[in-house]
Each structure stands twice: as structure tokens, then as C-alpha cells.
Design a protein around this ligand. Structure first.
Ligand code: DGY
Length: 319
């Protein structure tokens, strides 16, 4: 019997590919880079399933021109790169990879908090430049975490994991989300506040919401003006939640004290204004970049595609 064909837009860990190969003809893009729209369309011709990356923009136009694809398994928990409602209208199932990257992404948010508070990356640069002239009491002061307020914007899986880890560092947790936590978790160490209070009270404000029409540009100059001038903004979610130009303004004009970023508005481009600033830590979108996690993600996309072609509802269907 003819096997279904699955196209993978960028090499993923072997474990998932092997699993897919047991059931399907699998083709991985031979180009070791993001694909253009035309390349995606050409390379998916004749395929029934596709593994996409968060960097592949699968909008209405792309969906209209993808012929024969029945399932798109996104190799990411975020799926803002795919128009999932339109995909549903076109009868295309979309899946993601939730849960398995929660702790790793929360670790990166905590790493950014520690880095900006204690000026870790800046200190490393100073030592390498040969500028470490010895200890003295007022040298290279940062701020401690104990008893500071961590505001979490978006208390989903990742936001909750950050809260749990942050409590161990002595941080007090406030959060804002579309609605307060349900009553099943009365002991969760976080207090619900309005978005405005979150801005005004946070010493560290960490973003953990998905990118959508409500959250795009949720942080602009107006929000920075309401934050403490000693506060640090952390983003390991999606870049366009922050208007990057306004963040540069806020940092240059000390509306806030600093920022730790793993994601960017126009990724992989980083606003040139961020590059020269000492009070920002810039990571290259590595929230889920732990080898165990990336392997589990590859198995999860395979599971979803296999379930779909076995006539079942894929476990991580999002539309
Ligand atoms: C995710 O899974 O959403 C990560 O940010 C990778 O895109």
C-alpha cells in the first residue's frame, strides 16, 4: 500500500524522524535554513502531512496554496505562525508540542532574571576585557532577589513553573491573566492583580502569554511609563508582545532598569538599539533548546501525525 508522505521543513532530532519513518515516506528539507514561502509550497507538493517550525509563516495565502496537506504538526508549543482557524476551515488539522518544554523555558526565564539582577553577562564581558581590578565594596552592584516582586504576565503552564522556581529564590509572586486561577489551586504561591497593578508593583516582570491579537504590542512606551524605574522586563515568550522600538526608548531613558530577552519582534533581527546597551541580556531564542526537550518534541510531533493517519484525534490538536 502506498505510504503517506510527510515533509519536515527543518531537521529535527533523529528519534522523531525514525518514528515517522516506520509509518511514512519522510522527507526533510535538504536546505539547512528557514524556507521561503515558495520553497515550502514546492517541497510539500505530493505530501499529506507536514512538520513545521515556529519560523515558518503558514498564513491564509500559504494555506490556500498548500495542496494535499491534511495535518501540520508544529514543532513548537506556540502556534502563532499558523492561521489555525483558517486551517480548520480548510480541513487541515494543526498540532503543537505543549508541556514537555515547560520546565526548560521556565529555566531560561529564571536565568534571565538572575542575569539582569546580578549583571552576570555584563560581569563576564568586563572580566574578558581585562577590566577586573579587584574586589571593593561598591564595585559592580546589582540587586538581590529576596523579597522582590516577580510579576508574571500569563499564568499558564510556563508562568506557573516560573512562579514555583522563583519562590525558591525568595521572590514574591503577583500575576495577571485573562482570569484568576481557579479555586482548585488555593495554595499556589501567587496573587492575582490587575494588569495595571502588575506594571506598577513588579520589580521583575516576566511575560508568559501566547502571541495573539490581544497580546501583540501589549508592552509599549505607555506601559513602560507605568513600571518602576528600577524594574526589569523579561521575555521568553514571543517577541512581538513588546514593541521593541519602545523598549529601546524605555531602556535608553531609564524608564525601566533593564531587560532580559530570549525573543525579538522581528526575529532573527534584533533592534540595533538593544545591541549596545549594557542593561539588557540577549539570548538567541533558546527557551526549549535542551537536547532532551528537543528530542521529546520530535517524538510528540511524530505521535500526533501517526495518530492522525490512524484515524484518531491527535493528542495535541489545537484547532
Ligand atoms: C516554542 O516551542 O514555542 C518555542 O518558542 C520554539 O519556537
Amino acid at each position: 500500500m502506498k505510504r503517506n508522505r510527510i515533509f519536515v521543513t527543518r531537521r529535527i532530532p533523529e528519534a522523531g524522524l525514525e518514528m515517522l519513518k516506520e509509518h511514512f515516506e519522510v522527507e526533510v528539507s535538504p536546505l539547512d535554513r528557514d524556507l521561503t514561502r515558495d520553497e515550502i509550497l514546492q517541497m510539500t507538493a505530493g505530501a499529506q502531512g507536514m512538520v513545521s517550525m515556529a519560523t515558518d509563516s503558514i498564513d491564509k495565502d500559504c494555506l490556500n496554496r498548500l495542496s494535499g496537506i491534511q495535518i501540520i504538526a508544529n514543532y513548537a508549543v506556540g502556534f502563532n505562525n499558523i492561521d489555525i482557524d483558517y486551517a480548520r476551515e480548510k480541513g487541515i488539522v494543526v498540532t503543537n508540542t505543549p508541556g514537555i518544554l515547560t520546565e526548560a523555558t521556565a529555566d531560561i526565564a529564571m536565568a534571565l532574571i538572575l542575569c539582569v539582577a546580578r549583571r552576570i553577562v555584563e560581569g563576564d564581558r568586563l572580566v574578558r576585557r581585562g577590566d577586573f581590578k579587584g574586589f571593593y565594596p561598591t564595585f559592580f552592584l546589582g540587586v538581590e532577589l529576596e523579597n522582590k516582586v516577580l510579576g508574571i504576565y500569563g499564568l499558564g503552564r510556563i508562568g506557573k513553573a516560573v512562579a514555583r522556581k522563583a519562590v525558591a529564590f525568595g521572590l514574591r509572586i503577583l500575576y495577571h491573566d485573562v482570569e484568576p486561577l481557579d479555586r482548585e489551586s488555593p495554595d499556589f504561591p501567587a496573587d492575582y492583580v490587575s494588569f495595571d497593578e502588575l506594571l506598577r508593583k513588579s520589580d521583575f516582570l516576566s511575560i508568559h502569554v501566547p502571541l495573539n491579537d490581544e497580546t501583540r504590542h501589549r508592552f509599549t512606551r505607555k506601559e513602560f511609563e507605568r513600571m518602576k524605574d528600577t524594574a526589569f522586563l523579561i521575555n521568553a515568550a514571543r517577541g512581538p508582545i513588546i514593541r521593541e522600538e519602545d523598549l529601546v526608548y524605555a531602556l535608553e531613558n531609564r524608564l525601566i532598569a533593564g531587560a532580559g530577552l530570549d525573543v525579538y519582534e522581528f526575529e532573527p533581527k534584533v533592534h540595533p538599539g538593544l545591541i549596545g546597551l549594557e542593561n539588557v541580556v540577549l539570548l538567541p531564542h533558546i527557551g526549549s533548546a535542551a537536547s532532551e526537550v528537543r528530542e521529546r518534541m520530535s517524538l510528540m510531533v511524530a505521535d500526533n501525525i501517526i495518530a492522525f493517519f490512524q484515524g484518531k484525534v491527535p493528542p495535541n490538536r489545537v484547532n
